[in-house]
Write a protein that binds this ligand. Structure first.
Ligand code: COA
Length: 142
């Protein structure tokens, strides 16, 4: 597990495209990651990126997870939880107390996953995604 570097972009973008429904401009990774390097963590196995978590700070006490993905063939082995726990540690060491995120209401597996990590659903956001699907806002107090 290590921090993202710019040469990871092709693999991270490919994983994000395969794992997430939302389509992101690849520039988002390079534009936002310099602001908080420790909030962008990748998991690498034999040179292949098998998962990543990408978060940003929104205030001195709050961070947001923008994206989290584990490659399909490596799911269910604790890697998603590992990435999140490392992210929580990075947050704690920066004095962050609240982590927020949004998940598609239809993404039951991610909702269950985040609940297991201690996140609480705090309300739906109507038509949050570009295809007009609603989002579920979730929060975790460290
Ligand atoms: C969500 C995701 C990151 C989880 O990664 P993962 O490596 O498979 O998850 P883990 O193996 O670390 O699971 C951690 C816990 O969540 C639970 N969990 C994971 N997937 C689950 C599912 N589909 N249904 C119910 N619980 C699930 C596990 O049972 C585990 O609990 P345990 O510790 O009690 O066994 C992965 O499924 C993924 O990449 N999904 C596609 C992208 C996505 O939806 N991202 C989130 C929205 S941004």
């Amino acid at each position: 597990m290590r921090y993202f570097k710019s040469t990871d972009l092709p693999q991270v973008f490919d994983l994000a495209t395969r794992a997430l429904k939302e389509r992101y401009n690849p520039n988002i990774f390079l534009d936002l990651s310099p602001y908080w390097r420790q909030g962008f963590i990748v998991l690498e196995d034999m040179g292949k990126i098998i998962g990543f978590v990408f978060g940003i700070t929104v205030s001195s006490v709050e961070a947001r997870i923008l994206m989290l993905a584990v490659s399909e063939e490596r799911r269910g082995h604790g890697f998603g939880a590992l990435l999140c726990r490392q992210f929580f540690q990075e947050c704690a060491s920066k004095g962050i107390r609240l982590i927020s995120l949004e998940v598609r209401v239809s993404n039951h597996s991610a909702l269950r996953f985040y609940e297991k990590l201690g996140f609480v659903a705090v309300g739906e956001i109507k038509e949050y995604y570009s295809d007009k699907e609603d989002g579920m806002a979730m929060q975790l107090y460290l």
